[in-house]
Design a protein around this ligand. Structure first.
Ligand code: ATP
Ligand code: MG
Length: 251
């Protein structure tokens, strides 16, 4: 079956302040079908953001392959990776990454300007209306509530009609109700646009809303220190899969 995202033997390590090489990501195989929505559960520090940044080509892998919609991201030069990301990917960052000196509309337009359609004002307005911000187009991010800023980030990620959306703990800064609304919105808009969605989170309530979810530790073979006791040298307890048997049947 054709995969919207295919990851093979992906590895990434960082140097610790002591100069020791620490392997953070070591994923033998991972894939996502077109339009599929999957949530990955992982402890803080387990390498989720690193994994998403590798998929997005923001971070260069040590080795291995990432293929997005049939194009091997990891075989491209940096400018071509930037182009592929702009064409195919939407990224909702853990900390939103809105440009503070630009209005809501401008933030979305800037995101679009790198993509295949360019800065299309009418479409930007339409997407912002879709996320309930039609009345906040000329506000600056600091003039918005956290939940509203998050919706700008969603609009920006979706404005280019990406085929793959990466969402890094997108509701981490929201209260329960807004988190639920934001998640429903992300999932709905992805569904409407036929985009595949890969979301990472450690929030059980967020995770519970996905039919398809996996434990990041199940796909990531790197033994990263994920909690203070592990960071001091104790070995990580083998927690095993945190979800009941997956209903996932992908060849
Ligand atoms: N540039 C870097 N240099 C050195 N170490 C790094 C770098 N980036 C990440 N790390 C380390 O990699 C590990 C994983 O970080 P990452 O941000 O991917 O975790 P995470 O699962 O997203 O955590 P959280 O849930 O808290 O967001 C951490 O131990 C971190 O210290
Ligand atoms: Mg993270």
């Amino acid at each position: 079956m054709f995969a919207m995202l295919a990851v093979t033997d992906l590895r990434k390590s960082f140097l610790s302040p002591e100069g020791e090489r620490v392997e953070i990501v070591q994923v033998p195989e991972f894939s996502l079908a077109p339009g599929e929505q999957l949530a990955l559960r992982g402890e803080s520090g387990s390498g989720k953001t690193t994994f998403l940044n590798l998929i997005a080509g923001i971070l260069a892998a040590d080795s291995g392959r990432v293929t997005v919609d049939g194009t091997e991201m990891t075989a491209l030069s940096e400018p071509k990776r930037d182009r592929l990301r702009a064409d195919k990917l939407g990224y909702i960052f853990q900390t939103f990454n809105l440009l503070q000196g630009y209005t809501v509309l401008e933030n979305v337009l800037l995101g679009m300007s790198f993509g295949p359609r360019g800065a299309d004002r009418a479409h930007a307005r339409e997407v912002l209306e879709r996320v309930g911000l039609g009345h906040r187009l000329n506000h600056f991010p600091r003039q918005l509530s956290t939940g509203q800023q998050q919706r700008v980030a969603v609009a920006r990620a979706l404005a280019n009609r990406p085929k793959l959306v990466l969402a890094d703990e997108p509701t981490g800064n929201l209260d329960r109700k807004h988190a639920r609304d934001a998640l429903a919105l992300i999932r709905e808009v992805c569904r409407e646009q036929g985009a595949a969605l890969l979301l990472v989170s450690h929030d059980e309530e967020v995770l519970a809303q996905f039919e398809l979810r996996k434990d990041f530790a199940q796909i990531n073979g790197a033994a990263t220190p994920s909690s203070p006791e592990n960071a001091t040298g104790a070995s990580r307890p083998q927690s095993g899969p945190r979800f009941p048997a997956q209903s996932q049947t992908r060849p």
